[in-house]
Design a protein around this ligand. Structure first.
Ligand SMILES: [Zn+2]
Length: 123
């Protein structure tokens, strides 16, 4: 009586294959049966487009960020290149090497200079 009043018939049956109970009135089989029949991917499919849409959004966002990073890196590289190029040009044009001579270098003996230069030559 109660079942009829609620509007949904209930017919609990035990699945012979899996031993799981299910409502035969509303379900074609137990949870495992329906999973095997491919009924669950259907419910998953309703969620999948949402997920792919979100992934698509994050993908385009990632692409935009990547593009920005590439652009920023390119500009940074260009800036560094310009700086180095300017420095090199200045060094080659003038007596710029003098600027890099450390204090007291002139007072060192040729042997000591050799040793220091060797240190810098071999990393
Ligand atoms: Zn089953």
């Amino acid at each position: 009586m109660n079942q009829a009043e609620s509007g949904t018939a209930t017919q609990i049956v035990k699945c012979e294959k899996h031993g799981l109970r299910y409502n035969a009135a509303t379900q074609s089989g137990c949870v495992r049966c329906r999973r095997e029949a491919g009924e669950f991917p259907k419910t998953g499919a309703t969620r999948a487009p949402e997920r792919t849409a979100r992934q698509g959004m994050s993908l385009s966002a990632a692409l935009a960020i990547s593009a920005l990073l590439v652009l920023a890196t390119s500009f940074a590289m260009l800036w560094i290149h310009t700086q180095v190029y300017d420095q090199t040009q200045r060094l080659m044009e003038s007596d710029g090497y003098e600027e890099f001579t450390p204090d007291g270098y002139e007072e060192l003996t040729p042997e000591e200079r050799e040793k220091i230069e060797e240190l810098f030559r071999e990393p």
